[in-house]
Design a protein around this ligand. Structure first.
Ligand code: PLP
Length: 460
């Protein structure tokens, strides 16, 4: 089918449905209190429209479900592993593939294999699990994203770009031998699902080549990044997204992948690399932490579904409808004058909680408060992406205070309809109308790692 069309529609029809649960405000008040005002702790049976995450929540196709019956559940060397390796080689172009149970499994293998204590890993903004694995391996993350990425109002089309001067200065100051790799995410989740441009990646490649430093992609939403390049970067409008993904990967040395996003599966991930030595070390570690290097913590059926999901995802019509739906929600909210991060990102609409609750200080957790209040209002579940997600400074123990204080409405792929988007926009509008009544939250329990998943709060 052609790449450019006037309007989009889902390139599928619905064969199986799952009923949604409606609840009363009184029920939601009780559930939220029991959940410590953290939407991660709300049981899904009490959720109406679940926009917590696009991770592992997508609808698989009939072909992917059929693949579940083709699982070759041999302990070693299953056929499904071969199919996965072939799919990764064909669509991403990397030679060696180590399956993992999900993205953070691959991050663990990469970090443990390449980072030595005292190293610095530059990246285009942190991601929670990526940074934690870098730190647990003894490294420190250094943000080298362009300044526009921290500004929710900047309409820069490629807010995921690296600031080349900052990267160069950093490499010179710590020394190239203390930079094991540069980590480039496409799209950048914490910046609002924002893409990098091909031109910028090419420049990063030529800079890092000068110093002999490899590039590892976080390819979790690389397809979404490729779509933005196709639509917004000069010279790519006649390329398919699959061709753009291959071109991006040709500029890198490997990637970590959460198949639970772009690849449309409910579980799965991989580490892919062209570096034989890294592959050998990752094979050593995967056997200790995940499972044999030909299954990496997954059943054969999961490997097969991921191989098919990768192939299915590389379709222009699919990605256009997927991002079209996100943009529809974003534009509907903008029409209602709700403060959202612009440009609208690939996988989610990010509400700007600082503007939404401009009377609350960041220490009152505005984005966490907004997620809680939206749930209370409507049963719609969103996620905090602000001071809670940013965690604490390992040395001072104080909160990290990110410039962006966001509440994420994340769209699972192929799950909800346009009417659900309208209902969501109405609910956000009603929550906005009541914003002045809000006093914010206080933290009452904080786990050691990745606190946003299990922290508990109470009203201030
Ligand atoms: C950009 C990015 N990288 C890595 C991960 C980690 O993947 P997983 O949740 O599969 O461990 C995620 C998951 O949310 C992500 O959004």
């Amino acid at each position: 089918m052609s790449v450019v069309k006037q309007s989009w529609a889902e390139p599928f029809k619905i064969k199986s449905v799952e009923p949604l649960t409606m609840s009363t405000r009184e029920e939601r008040e009780r559930v939220l209190r029991l959940a410590g005002y953290n939407t991660f702790l709300v049981p899904s049976k009490h959720v109406y429209i679940d926009l917590l995450t696009d991770s592992g929540t997508s609808a698989m196709s009939d072909s992917m479900w059929a693949a579940m019956m083709l699982g070759d559940e041999a302990y070693a060397g299953s056929r499904n592993f071969e199919h996965l390796v072939n799919a990764v080689r064909k669509y991403y172009g990397f030679r060696h593939v180590v399956p993992t149970h999900q993205g953070r499994g691959a991050e663990h293998l990469l970090s443990r294999s390449l980072i030595k204590p005292g190293d610095t890993v530059p990246g285009n903004m942190y991601f929670t699990t990526t940074r934690l694995h870098q730190e647990l391996a003894g490294g420190a993350f250094a943000d080298v994203i362009i300044a526009e990425a921290h500004d929710p109002h900047s309409t820069h089309p490629f807010k995921g770009n690296v600031d080349l001067q900052r990267l160069d200065d950093l490499i010179r100051s710590v020394g190239a031998d203390r930079v094991p790799y540069v980590s480039i995410a496409g799209t950048v989740n914490m910046a609002g699902g924002q893409p990098f441009s091909m031109e910028n990646l090419r420049q990063v490649r030529s800079l890092t080549s000068k110093y002999g430093i490899p590039i590892y992609l976080d390819a979790t939403r690389l397809l979404e990044n490729a779509y933005f390049i196709q639509r917004q970067e000069e010279g790519y409008s006649n390329w398919t997204v699959a061709e753009i993904v291959r071109e991006i990967c040709a500029l890198a040395d490997g990637c970590t992948m959460s198949g639970k996003k772009d690849s449309l599966v409910n579980i799965g991930g991989f580490l892919a690399t062209n570096d034989k030595r890294l592959y050998e070390e990752a094979c050593n570690l995967v056997i200790v932490y995940e499972g044999l290097h030909t299954y990496g913590g997954l059943a054969g059926r999961d490997l097969e579904a991921m191989a098919r999901g990768i192939a299915e995802s590389m379709s222009d019509d699919h990605i256009r409808a997927r991002i079209g739906q996100v943009e529809y929600l974003g534009e509907t909210l903008l029409k209602r004058k709700i403060p959202v991060v612009v440009p609208i990102g690939g996988h989610a609409v990010f509400l700007n909680a600082r503007s939404f609750y401009d009377h609350l200080p960041q220490d009152a957790f505005p984005a966490q408060t907004l997620a809680a209040n939206l749930y209370l209002q409507s049963g719609i579940r969103a996620m905090e992406r602000g001071i809670v997600s940013a965690g604490r400074n390992a040395e001072t123990g104080d909160h990290n205070r990110p410039a962006l204080e966001l509440t994420r409405l994340t769209l699972p792929r192929r799950v909800y309809t346009q009417a659900h988007m309208d209902v969501t926009a109405e609910a956000v509008g009603e929550t906005y109308a009541e914003r002045r009544k809000t006093t914010g939250l206080k933290i009452t329990f904080e786990p050691k790692y990745l606190r946003f998943f299990r922290a508990r709060f109470r009203p201030r």
